[in-house]
Design a protein around this ligand. Structure first.
Ligand code: SAM
Ligand code: SF4
Ligand code: SF4
Length: 337
């Protein structure tokens, strides 16, 4: 395997691919409904990377040191034939782990199919079990029952390592996070609470809206004591906490208050093939042009390696030092978190 390093010595290990820019939800923290209305110009089919192009890219990144792929969006399950791509990705040399993050809306009928295709891990987003709060957090397009059904189907399909992502917004869903933790305690499902982030330029983020990791820990731990756990591997984004009674664990992703740029080995691709080396950075390359312009795999690897060597991203570590908030390169729905 190649040993490509960026300016801070970080290798390239995780590729997060948005396979679809569209989403059927309108979570205000990601795709505010007043901006992403009926007439919003999402990508046309031929602007989105094809199945073959996605498979080829995994081979290229696999040779560069990427071991983990995460399928995201927009909503990835809007994409047709995703199982065909999963089947190819899990066979790709170098790729050891293929995971997906979904809002769960379309999951129940296909959970068995994606498991059979070889998907290793699944994360389902669920911000609250309280129906009213869920509607506010996610833009009133689904229901708690539908997401819970999807979770049940995923478990029945054999995903025994499910994770739940819960974005925490102060004053909106923070009073329901202990309930969410309690619901999954003892089930093997790991709930991961995520500090609300300033991704993109459209969600009106304010630091005042962030419930910090320590506040999250206090709220969830008030009911059942939590003890810190060792990280599973270097660079794990969630801080792990176990229930003192041994009945499972939760994760807290403190991207705002405890940045983890030092271990950030992630690269991101939009559905159109735009490459980002940081969630908050600018587009670095349009890979689609190269894929469709006759560039060979070897040339791509050289070009991407040179780009990674120059990478010096560490937005979250610098966030508090900015006197003026910089313009971000992309919205969350384009690069998938
Ligand atoms: N649509 C899928 C879903 O919601 O699971 C996948 C894409 S979504 C962009 C990936 C993850 O990013 C979700 O768990 C979502 O809750 C999270 N997310 C979106 N906007 C966020 C923000 N501003 N701060 C923190 N997490 C965010
Ligand atoms: Fe859609 Fe996921 Fe963004 Fe919500 S967080 S709007 S479900 S892409
Ligand atoms: Fe990685 Fe950028 Fe997030 Fe830092 S801010 S952890 S460099 S994506």
């Amino acid at each position: 395997m190649m040993n490509i390093r960026d300016k801070f010595g970080r290798p390239i290990r995780d590729l997060r691919i948005s396979v679809m820019d569209k989403c059927n939800f309108r979570c205000p923290y990601c795709m505010p409904a007043d901006i992403f209305g009926e007439s919003y110009n999402f990508l046309e089919k031929d602007e989105i990377l094809s199945d073959d192009e996605l498979v080829r890219l995994a081979h290229i990144f696999g040779q560069m040191g990427v071991t983990k792929l995460r399928i995201t969006g927009g909503e990835p399950l809007i994409r047709k034939n995703l199982t065909n791509i999963i089947e190819e990705w899990v066979k790709t040399p170098g790729i050891e782990d293929v995971a997906m993050t979904t809002n769960g809306y379309f999951l129940a009928p296909v959970a068995h199919k994606i498991k059979a295709a070889g998907l290793h891990r699944l994360t389902i987003s669920l911000d609250s079990l309280d129906e009213d709060v869920f509607q506010i957090m996610n833009g009133a397009r689904s229901s708690v029952a539908r997401v819970l059904e999807a979770i049940g189907e995923a478990q029945a399909a054999g995903f025994d390592n499910l994770k739940i992502n819960c974005v925490v917004k102060k004053g909106v869903n923070d009073h329901t996070i202990a309930d969410l933790a309690r619901h999954f305690k003892g089930t093997g499902v790991i709930v991961r609470f995520i500090e609300y982030m300033d991704v993109g330029n459209l969600n009106g983020w304010k630091m005042d809206d962030v419930l910090t990791a320590s506040e999250i820990l206090e709220k969830v731990g008030a009911e059942t004591p939590l003890v810190p756990l060792e990280e599973n591997y270097r660079g794990e984004v969630a801080n792990r906490y176990g229930y003192a009674d041994g009945s499972g664990e939760i994760g807290i992703i403190a991207s705002v208050t405890q940045p983890f740029c030092g271990d950030c080995t992630r690269v991101r691709l939009s559905a159109a093939g735009e490459l980002f080396t940081c969630l908050f950075g600018n587009k670095q390359l349009d890979l689609r042009d190269y894929l469709r312009g006759g560039t060979t795999d070897a040339e791509m690897i050289e070009m991407l390696g040179n780009l990674w060597n120059k990478r010096a991203d560490r937005y979250s570590e610098l966030r508090t030092s900015f006197t003026k908030v910089p313009q971000k390169g992309a919205e969350m729905y384009r690069i998938g978190g």
